[in-house]
Design a protein around this ligand. Structure first.
Ligand SMILES: [Zn+2]
Length: 469
């Protein structure tokens, strides 16, 4: 009897929660591989538990695969490095570039929070520099390579620019009598996207570690969202107000810019001033321009009509990187559109605009992304008539509109369809990266609809993959 090659997976983050992705795969007497190493996020960006020691020795990890550059998937990497990790970091080229911008940006936010709490920051500039030294040159989608006993491939998950699923293939014995394939999905995009390619289909996975952010609900269709955005802009213009859009700097901002540009070009909305008031989003938008060949066919075609201008620029768009420019936005007459971070109004320049325009009944606040419990965005969304912003009580008289169709995550039906393509081969699906009610609901859907063995692991739970069959 040949010795079987035991593979163990432990769920150290993103188990029973959306943020803090961190999964460890260990090969018996072989490689130790991490998938993602994200910040746990809540009311504050750097939740207290991010300070805890890792439940494994970072110095023993050989590889870290990074699915995409959202901070809840990359935000603890510099701490991992600070705590001894010196292995290789692997991702696509856009993920590497956006991640560097995001990590440098997070230094400022985490530093401020640490000062406020009178504690040292979780990591510093030097840790970020060392992180980028360990980050290997980006690997394009669908290029096979090997690490130890594994054949690896990154495929397009369609979530944000450069986002990938990681596929590991191994044989479960030294002479290779049985092939096994595991796929870690990272976050799965809400395909079809305006900019990105569709999530690649998978047909032959034996094991899935997959996200379930919206495991228990669906989004409104994309066309309905576009109509709502158009109506919201038109109504604000009619009332001569300002349209304030808190937006996440990766993907959401670029999608909204692209939509507004198209609506203006097609004369569906008036040509009013649009301010992109986020230094972070301005930098990330440049990476989108650079990697336009990662976009879908239609977006690339439009890009190639005017590569200089790109997909996200138009004559009415004003970028305001400096503080002075940001402050000066209020001097421009209405109607106007202001896009600023953060997406949940828990910090950033959006707070200044909310202070200025929430008391104005002719203005509109447009929410396009998930608003986490306790954030200012959520409080306003739930209809609070007055809120505290930077120490002041601000009345909310502006209209508040929510559009869900611009979500970057698959809804429940699309998640199920994704699993169904590989259901015949699948031995087990591990459902992670969702709130418990969402993950558990989706586990049940997978079992009932596809007769596939599925479970939602709890924090710290380990499974041996070869024991499953
Ligand atoms: Zn994400």
């Amino acid at each position: 009897m040949l010795k079987r090659n035991k593979i163990k997976v432990t769920f150290y983050g993103g188990a029973g929660q959306v943020t803090g992705a961190n999964f460890l795969l260990q090969e018996e007497n072989g490689l130790k591989i991490l998938f993602d190493c994200g910040l746990v996020q809540g009311k504050k960006i750097g939740e207290e538990m991010n300070r805890d020691a890792f439940p494994y020795n970072p110095a023993e990890i050989d590889y870290l695969f990074v699915s995409h550059a959202h901070i809840d998937h990359i935000g603890r990497i510099p701490k991992l490095v600070r705590d001894g990790f010196h292995g290789k970091i692997i991702s696509t080229p856009p993920t590497k570039e956006i991640a560097e911008i995001m990590l440098v940006d997070s230094l400022g936010i985490l530093g401020k929070e640490a000062k406020h709490d009178n504690k040292p920051p979780i990591y510093d500039e030097d840790d970020c520099r060392k992180t980028m030294e360990l980050w290997q040159e980006g690997i394009p989608y669908n290029k096979e390579f090997t690490i130890g006993n594994f054949t690896v491939r990154l495929s397009d998950s369609g979530h944000i620019l450069g986002s990938s699923m990681t596929e590991l293939v191994w044989t479960d014995g030294p002479t290779g009598f049985q092939k096994r394939k595991l796929i870690y999905t990272g976050d799965l995009g809400n395909s079809p996207s305006i900019i990105l390619r569709d999530t690649e289909l998978i047909a032959d996975a034996d094991y899935l570690i997959m996200e379930s952010c919206y495991g228990d609900r669906n989004h409104e269709p994309r066309d309905a969202s576009r109509g709502m955005l158009e109506d919201t802009i038109e109504n604000t213009v009619k009332r001569n107000g300002a349209l304030i859009i808190p937006a996440f700097s990766i993907e959401k901002t670029q999608e909204i810019l692209f939509e507004i540009k198209r609506m203006m070009e097609e004369s569906r909305i008036p040509l009013i001033k649009v301010f992109l008031d986020s230094p972070l989003a301005i930098k990330v938008t440049e990476v989108y321009k650079k990697y336009h060949n990662y976009m879908n066919a239609e977006a690339m075609k439009l890009f190639n009509i005017d590569p200089e201008e790109g997909l996200f620029a138009f004559p009415q768009l004003h970028q305001t990187p400096t503080t002075e420019e940001s402050i000066a936005i209020k001097n421009f007459a209405n109607p106007k559109i202001i896009i600023a971070g953060s997406g949940m109004s828990n910090g950033g320049r959006i707070l200044h605009h909310e202070k200025n325009y929430l008391p104005d009944p002719n203005s509109t606040l447009l929410l396009t992304g998930y608003q986490s419990v306790q954030t200012l965005g959520r409080i306003i969304q739930e209809g609070e008539k007055s809120v505290r912003i930077m120490g002041e009580t601000i009345p909310v008289k502006a209209s508040v509109v929510t559009i869900t169709g611009y979500s970057g995550h698959k809804g429940s039906d699309d998640l199920l369809e994704f699993v169904s393509d590989t259901a015949d081969q699948l031995k087990k699906a591990y459902i992670v990266l969702g709130e418990p009610k969402s993950s558990l609901y989706f586990v049940q859907r997978v079992r009932d609809a596809l007769a596939v063995n599925a479970m939602a692991p709890v924090y710290g739970e380990s499974v041996i993959l070869d024991d499953e069959d």
